[in-house]
Design a protein around this ligand. Structure first.
Ligand SMILES: C[S@@+](CC[C@H](N)C(=O)[O-])C[C@H]1O[C@@H](n2cnc3c(N)ncnc32)[C@H](O)[C@@H]1O
Ligand SMILES: [Zn+2]
Length: 341
């Protein structure tokens, strides 16, 4: 952990600024802290720094499903083979931002997973803090040691360990629907954005009301979906029901068994048409394997509409800049700007 990060941190117990604990003197401002402790400036809570990462999870025993979420994503991301060539392109598309939007900005990757998009943002000139509940960032830590503009934190988006308005830009891609309460996670993360700063979020979608589905922004190449909205709506609803039934079992199995079940799904994912019955159609087998697991294993998986996202933006004091265009299955995604105070 770099000393400079301390200025942005806040305690997950009560939101107060943090200080170094159990140190006779302040370390060199340029030093990296490998092992140590931070303390809340207000109460007596202490948080360890282990292997270079401040562990800023809320005090107390984690809920059983939160602990399972953490285990599931640590399993997943430490097995993901990575697709570096694709990452920056997908990241920019999903953020709905230009490369120049990152230059010299303080950025938070909220729910960073293995950190593929933290690396993309850092390479575009941002100072990036990558935070995740799980230890999915294990492979990112050695990179952060060598990269002055990259920080790694363990934290929970429902109790984010950062000061309000600390960041120019916060993005959270495919994360909040895996927390206990998507709306609460959105509102907690939105507080971290500076006035006039940007927030980019996307969530899992659902069919919802047909009237809302019919106005979803579509990618220009999804002509079929545009022409057959009613059928598309039905397919999305049916797919959702099937997946919810499967997940009653797969979220309760040992991780290794769920992963084993993903092998046949990953094989089917290579077959024309049949592949659409699985949860990944990526051309690489190992990516399909992990993406199927990503769908079937995590305990929390909520689905939302762009109308919900728009209402949360309003509640948090943001103006919607634009919604993310997508394919058949809605992917409610928003780029929003925080209003001036
Ligand atoms: C599907 S992954 C997405 C990772 C990354 N954004 C990406 O697209 O590569 C979801 C991530 O959310 C994290 N996550 C789930 N609940 C969280 C919470 N309450 N606080 C922080 N991170 C959380 C998981 O550990 C996981 O790494
Ligand atoms: Zn405290």
């Amino acid at each position: 952990m770099k000393m400079g990060l301390l200025a942005w941190l806040a305690s997950p117990c009560c939101g107060e600024p943090m200080r170094y604990a159990r140190l006779d003197r302040m370390p060199d401002p340029k030093a990296d802290i490998e092992d140590g402790a931070l303390a809340c400036g207000s109460c007596r809570c202490e948080y360890p720094i282990l292997a270079g990462v401040p562990r800023l999870l809320p005090p107390g025993e984690a809920d059983r499903r939160v602990a399972a979420t953490s285990r599931s994503f640590t399993w997943e991301w430490t097995r993901y083979p990575g697709t570096p060539a694709e990452d920056e392109r997908i990241f920019l598309e999903e953020c709905q931002l230009e490369p120049s939007d990152f230059k010299d900005k303080k950025v938070l990757d909220a729910g960073c997973g293995m950190g593929r998009y933290s690396l993309a943002a850092a390479s575009l000139g941002a100072e990036v803090t990558a935070v995740d509940l799980s230890e999915s960032w294990a492979a990112l830590v050695p990179v952060a040691r060598e990269t002055p503009s990259l920080h790694v934190v363990q934290g929970d988006l429902l109790h984010p360990p950062f000061q309000a308005a600390a960041f120019d830009l916060v993005y959270s891609h495919g994360v909040m629907h895996h927390t206990r309460d998507t709306r609460q996670a959105f509102l907690a993360v939105a507080k971290l954005v500076k006035p006039e700063g940007l927030l980019s979020v996307w969530l899992y979608g659902k069919a919802g009301r047909f009237a809302d589905f019919a106005t979803n922004p579509l990618r220009p190449d999804r002509v079929w979906v545009g022409r057959h909205r009613r059928l598309a709506w039905f397919v999305v609803g049916a797919r959702h029901i099937v997946s919810d039934i499967l997940r009653v079992f797969t979220t309760r199995l040992p991780l290794s068994l769920t992963y084993l079940l993903c092998y046949p799904l990953a094989l089917l994912g290579a077959l024309p048409l049949v592949k659409y019955l699985t949860f990944s159609v990526h051309p690489r087998f190992r990516v399909r394997l992990v993406e199927n697991f990503d769908w079937l294993s995590p305990p929390f998986q909520y689905h939302h509409t762009k109308e919900e996202l728009a209402a949360w933006c309003e509640a948090a004091g943001f103006d919607v800049v634009r919604f993310l265009p997508h394919g058949l299955v809605p992917k409610p995604g928003v780029l929003a700007r925080k209003r001036r105070r």
